[in-house]
Design a binder for this molecule. Sequence first.
Ligand SMILES: Nc1ncnc2c1ncn2[C@@H]1O[C@H](COP(=O)(O)OP(=O)(O)O)[C@@H](O)[C@H]1O
Ligand SMILES: N[C@@H](CCC(=O)OP(=O)(O)O)C(=O)O
Length: 372
Amino acid sequence: MTQDKKKRVVIKVGSSSLTSRQGEISRRKLEKLADEIVLLKDEGYEVVFVSSGAVAAGYRKLGCLERPTTLPEKQAAASIGQGLLIEAYSELFLSHGYVASQILITRSDFSDENRYNNVRNTLNVLLERGIIPIVNENDTVTVDRLKFGDNDTLSAKVAGLIEADKLIVLSDIDGLYDSNPNDNKQAKLLQKVREITPEIEAAAGGSGSTVGTGGMKSKIDAAKIAMASGISTFLGKAGVPNILIDAVNHTAKGTYFETEKNTLNLNHKKQWIAFNSGTEGELIINSEAKTSLLKHKQSILPSGIHDVKGYFRKGAVIIIKDTAGEEIGRGVINYSSEKLKTLSTDAHENDKIVVNIDYLVCHLELSIPVGL
Ligand SMILES: Nc1ncnc2c1ncn2[C@@H]1O[C@H](COP(=O)(O)OP(=O)(O)O)[C@@H](O)[C@H]1O
Ligand SMILES: N[C@@H](CCC(=O)OP(=O)(O)O)C(=O)O
């Protein structure tokens, strides 16, 4: 590996790969995983580790006999378990000479652009200094409606945020199969995926265990987000010796979701607009504006506005729809909804840009749903 720029890898490990049959955290599994991560660190990789397992690590000490299902109990279990998990990881990494840190993120941290950028700055400092940041959702404070829910999409968003070279998702299965192996024993492993087609989406089912959250569906969503950001994703089985080193060297058994960095890959601003920002209103544009936007990649001018829905401030992210109500994309609006309604479409006013093309992400551009 060349020493000029260190390769960045985000590794996500799900609850099903960290727990025993009873659903409790398995110390032996944590140890093996830490050893695999250390191999990558020793090779000079910068690693962000997205680990699930807080609920699994805490529910017994909360007094529950099995993994709880109500939100308050899961949050209480996570509040016990997250500390225990980090304590265990810190000790394991320190024994190999590496310092670990903890970053807990909520969806609302990512929907606020300043906080989103702050997380990136923090991660960059940690990575440059050789620390292993360990990321999880801040389970104790999030409400159901605003949860990432599973750590798969969270890991893909983190990978995009720090411009990782690769996202590695380890699970209890050795990759994506062409149909849910729980239902079809003849299902075949897909080794290479260049495009996530409707057939692939249909093959991805829910979790097969009581501890996993998103199943294959959320891993596909993660791969889509990573691919849109120009990041290839590997999906393989935790516990296989040398799985991480082999994954970066492309020799591990599993599914490789491949993408190439190209002009369509989203920059930070567009990633934030597409996958993280909340939306505050709608702009309905006429067919001329739609054509000039999609075909000629031009910004939206006052003459293109058909209607304005909702109340929003200047600088908010809004949904752009055509007159048939179909969503075209999302963008940062240059005027408040009140001001927009007063803009006339005469020649002078038409110098004004309502949504700048640089701050606009279209579904077609990504070929995946914005707002995932
Ligand atoms: N097409 C598929 N290919 C592979 N696994 C699938 C598929 N559809 C559903 N699954 C299920 O998804 C599970 C992995 O997801 P999940 O249980 O959420 O794990 P994790 O805890 O690692 O996030 C697999 O064990 C399998 O039961
Ligand atoms: N944030 C939760 C993890 C959610 C979850 O189960 O995710 P995953 O196992 O990756 O599908 C926890 O730490 O328990």
